[in-house]
Design a protein around this ligand. Structure first.
Ligand code: SF4
Length: 382
């Protein structure tokens, strides 16, 4: 059988379509469920999960509305107008430093190219200059930071990395949700903070790649990020520092738990494919059955929390429901039923229609005791 390099194997799985890049949102989703091989391989291969799930007959139900995207872009343009003037003001207010003379390096492109690897190299070059003090008042607009995720290099794009303030770089993120009387929606702030934590870890790794040891790289990046959003019901920028320490610890821990996506991909049969390309007549290269079969080769780890972050959640929930997996009732139920693969099996064990194997004895005793208690309660016996 032909042997392919890990990158080739992942690219062959995706087929002849452009890969979707890792984003901070994808990484926070991956780290929310690190035991899911299905998502790990699809993200590493750069498969468009929205299109994939639609091809197998489900709705992704994610993504911002076009209105929200254009509102967000307009607000970001406002913050960046006149050489990031609004952001300088907010930095001055939040960190009490004179930053009016800082310059801005626009890293949306390098020359005429938007190639991520070239932008990442230019980002490293400029970070090195700022870190060594030869260009110390430079704000990086849309730099590209690198992070190792499941054995792959992710290229990540925060809105901005500030110059060093008190010896520390700060991540700045511009969001379009409002802060009313200084309070933004806590769920949206938490989501922004998770993404900012990914950027902080990536910035530390990028600085480590410049030769800083791990301790110095961690110390060189602030554990707070500057959240910039519209104030009240206006478009006036409002900024506040958000502490990331808890999120940093959690995401770093979960990143360490991710399996290598190329190892997982290498276990797939040669005919597995997630090719979403169309031929010259607009006909799909692969049938929906081919795609569903390939998905089924990859072990999911479904729990109801997946509905909050994963495009494949409805597909995986449908499978978990059909198989009566305890996980469809939540991770706590799954954890309470170790070694029992379905709620159907659990009910048979309770009803003595099935004998427990030695590893299930303890949990079955507990289930039967809970069932007796429930029956007594229903019967009104104290
Ligand atoms: S929905 Fe499915 S693919 Fe997505 S994280 Fe959950 S189990 Fe994995």
């Amino acid at each position: 059988m032909a042997q392919f390099s890990p990158e080739d194997r992942l690219a062959r799985l995706r087929g002849p379509v452009a890969p979707q890049a890792y984003t901070a949102r994808k990484i926070t989703a991956l780290t929310a469920n690190p035991s899911c091989a299905r998502r790990a391989v699809l993200d590493a291969a750069g498969v468009d999960k929205d299109k994939l799930v639609a091809r197998v007959g489900f709705d992704a139900r994610f993504g911002q509305s076009p209105f929200a995207i254009s509102r967000g872009n307009a607000f970001e343009d406002l913050v960046k107008a006149d050489g990031y003037a609004a952001m300088f003001t907010l930095l001055r207010q939040a960190l009490d430093v004179p930053v009016h003379e800082a310059g801005v390096a626009d890293l949306n492109t390098v020359g005429t190219t938007a190639d991520l690897k070239i932008r990442a190299a230019e980002t490293r070059h400029l970070l090195g200059r700022v870190a060594e003090g030869s260009d110390e008042r430079l704000i990086l607009d849309h730099p590209i930071l690198t992070l190792q995720v499941a054995g792959q290099t992710a290229y990540l794009e925060p809105d901005a990395v500030t110059h060093r303030i008190g010896d520390r770089f700060y991540i700045a993120e511009i969001k379009s949700f409002s802060a009313i009387d200084g309070q933004a929606d806590p769920g949206k702030v938490a989501e922004a903070a998770k993404q900012a934590a990914v950027y902080v870890i990536a910035l530390r790794q990028t600085l480590a790649a410049l030769g800083l040891d791990a301790t110095a790289a961690a110390a060189a990046v602030a554990y707070e990020f500057l959240l910039i959003c519209p104030k009240d019901f206006s478009n006036q920028p409002y900024g506040s520092l958000v502490d990331l320490r808890q999120k940093l610890d959690a995401i770093e821990f979960q990143l360490g738990r991710l399996s290598r996506a190329d190892d997982l991909a290498a276990l797939l049969p040669a005919d597995a494919t997630f090719d979403l390309s169309l031929d010259d007549d607009g006909k799909p290269a692969c049938t929906s059955d081919d795609l569903a079969r390939a998905l089924d080769y990859l072990d999911p780890a479904y729990s109801p929390a997946c509905l909050d972050f994963c495009e494949l959640a409805q597909y995986c929930r449908d499978q978990a429901t059909a198989a009566c997996e305890p996980a469809r009732l939540g991770t706590s139920v799954r954890n309470e039923l170790p070694g029992i693969d379905s709620t159907r099996t659990a009910l048979k064990l309770i009803d003595v229609a099935l004998d427990p194997d030695p590893t299930q004895t303890e949990i079955v005793d507990r289930l039967r005791a809970a069932d007796r208690l429930r029956t007594r309660r229903i019967a009104g016996v104290a």
